[in-house]
Design a binder for this molecule. Structure first.
Ligand SMILES: Cc1cc2nc3c(=O)[nH]c(=O)nc-3n(C[C@H](O)[C@H](O)[C@H](O)COP(=O)(O)OP(=O)(O)OC[C@H]3O[C@@H](n4cnc5c(N)ncnc54)[C@H](O)[C@@H]3O)c2cc1C
Ligand code: SF4
Length: 513
């Protein structure tokens, strides 16, 4: 009796549900590096290197733990290039009686898994992914009871369920959410905590050479690749975060500083999403730091909310909304992203910083993604499907189940307000308040019209005017419309002409990457 257990590239944990109750004797773990997965979008080179290296290290760890691992490398001449093709070859090699697999993380791969039983005539058991707190059915049951799918209510249920930061049935500190105490701008600080840097070992060096050779046309650079690639690395990075950065995570969560890529963020999303780090275990470490008096509650709560709140909630939305979610385009946006989204070559300093660091490291923190690159894409009216593709390509932590609702829903308002109750748009004033980008920029953040005016300013008011029919009825947009209404006709005309001229120049500035 042989059971074949495919382990997908984001299932790199010995605690996967597919392994539960299975003994290593009589089981074969199948791990495959397939061309289809490396090419369905042009993933950042570091993203490819990270996944391939983490897979190879995980295979070695599972072998050490006594499992038989059948591993197919990308450069294996017989590699068919697809999951299903590799499963067919593995079925021929091992003649399994059954296949057990943990459910896929996205619709595209889930459809493949669903077809396997009919295709191979062997029982295929697809198990829920128990790394998440809420199953699809539980999220749907929660959503059915709600008129609006507000994340905060879902988060409170997850707090009650896990007992994280709870005192009996009450939230620790008497409040569920300490966001009001956060959102401070930061100042350059020589003692700012730095994430650990992991020197590539022989396996990673092999993978870097492979990626360099085969994926030269993909965005980003491999220079300075220093991501951890094992569970031990991920755990060390988590310890470093809890010890040195967590205390200030809350207050400076939304801050941005030129040249500072990480600030007080954890830089753990790639490890959590690929399976190297367990999200609830991480939250328990964070809670312990607060209970031991090492970090303030506002930071521990803010951090835990991101994981058991936002992360779980986004996954619930992704699966609930179905495979057509990706086609939503509530505001009817069609513009192509400018080619410099793939080079960082722009004189707008905030964008040059956010995109430049993205290309260098395959990472940017939340406010850079939401209020710089996302904000600009929404203001210019970029096609949300194309914006989605960009985010999926360039970030190391990007998997569709989490990237799509963040991009299409939260950032681009393309789902009409399902995820975010109003569009996340701002003029340059927000960026100026939360960062030091504007001080060194060629544009003047205080000007709306003229050659030196910050482009975000006219674009913001043009967006407000352009989408009046869709957005004026939204109560949360009342303030911008009151301000717009108070402006003189001449002011409005000049603002819109400034935006139109900018967009014309943008469209003429060259084809996308
Ligand atoms: C347009 C856009 C696209 C995004 N795409 C992705 C993506 O592809 N993959 C991804 O993991 N996150 C994505 N995010 C969410 C967030 O930006 C990243 O999780 C975060 O920047 C990762 O860095 P960090 O580990 O230092 O996070 P921290 O700031 O330290 O936060 C801690 C953890 O909370 C979780 N988290 C925080 N915010 C979110 C969120 N909005 N949704 C889901 N989880 C969250 C992550 O696991 C993160 O590691 C996106 C956000 C936006 C606005
Ligand atoms: S002035 Fe405008 S374009 Fe320049 S950094 Fe500030 S917000 Fe960005």
């Amino acid at each position: 009796m042989t059971v074949l257990i495919p382990i997908l590239g984001d299932q790199l944990s010995p605690a996967m549900s597919s392994l539960e109750g299975v003994e290593p004797e009589g089981a074969v773990l199948l791990m495959t590096e397939v061309a289809d997965e490396t090419r369905y979008v042009r993933h950042h080179k570091q993203k490819l290197a990270y996944i391939l290296s983490a897979m190879r290290h995980h295979a070695a760890a599972m072998r050490d733990a006594g499992w038989t691992v059948d591993y197919v490398r990308l450069d294996d001449p017989d590699n068919s290039g697809s999951f299903t093709g590799e499963l067919a070859r593995a079925v021929a090699r091992h003649s399994p009686d059954r296949i057990i697999v943990t459910e896929a993380g996205e619709w595209r791969v889930a459809a493949m898994l669903d077809a396997w039983q009919t295709l191979f005539g062997i029982p295929v058991e697809i198990r829920p992914d128990t790394r998440f707190l809420a199953s699809h059915a539980e999220f749907d049951a929660w959503a059915e009871r709600r008129a609006e799918l507000t994340m905060e209510w879902f988060y409170r249920e997850m707090r009650r369920r896990t007992g994280l930061l709870m005192e009996g049935d009450k939230p620790a500190g008497g409040r569920w959410n300490f966001d009001k105490d956060n959102r401070k701008p930061a100042h350059a600080d020589l003692l700012m905590p730095r994430p650990l840097s992991f020197a590539p070992d022989a396996i990673t060096r092999d993978v870097l050479a492979l990626v360099d050779d085969r994926f030269a046309d993909h965005p980003g650079s491999l220079d300075g690749f220093d991501w951890g690639i094992t569970a031990t690395d991920a755990s060390a990075q988590a310890d470093r975060f809890v010890a040195h950065a967590l205390a200030d995570f809350g207050p400076y969560e939304d801050a941005m500083l030129a040249g500072e890529r990480h600030l007080w963020h954890s830089i753990l999303s790639p490890y959590i999403n690929s399976g190297l780090l367990d999200p609830v275990d991480l939250c328990r470490r964070v809670e312990a730091a607060w209970r031991e008096g090492r970090v303030p509650l506002q930071s521990a709560e803010g951090y835990i909310r991101q994981i058991i709140g936002w992360r779980e909630y986004m996954r619930g939305i992704y699966w609930r909304e179905g495979p057509d979610y990706v086609r939503r385009n509530h505001l009817g946006h069609t513009r192509q992203l400018p080619g410099w989204y793939w080079t960082g070559d722009t004189d707008m300093r905030c964008l040059a910083q956010a995109i430049g660091q993205t290309l260098d490291t395959a990472h940017a923190h939340h406010i850079q993604r939401l209020m710089v690159t996302g904000n600009f894409a929404l203001l210019i009216g970029a096609d949300p499907a194309e914006v989605h593709r960009w985010y999926l390509e360039v970030y190391l932590d990007a998997y569709e189940w989490v990237e799509l609702p963040n991009t299409l829903g939260m950032s681009q308002f393309a789902d009409g307000g399902l995820v975010g109750s109003k569009p996340y748009v701002s003029s340059g004033a927000y960026i100026d308040r939360m960062s030091d980008y504007c001080r060194g920029c060629r544009y003047d953040v205080r000007q709306r019209v003229g050659e030196d005016a910050c482009p975000f300013n006219a674009l913001y008011w043009d967006f407000i005017a352009r989408h009046e029919d869709a957005l004026r009825p939204n109560r949360r947009m009342a303030m911008p419309y009151r301000t717009w209404d108070r402006q003189s006709a001449a002011n409005k005309m000049a603002t819109r002409a400034q935006a139109a001229a900018f967009l014309e120049r943008l469209d003429a500035s060259g084809a996308p990457y």
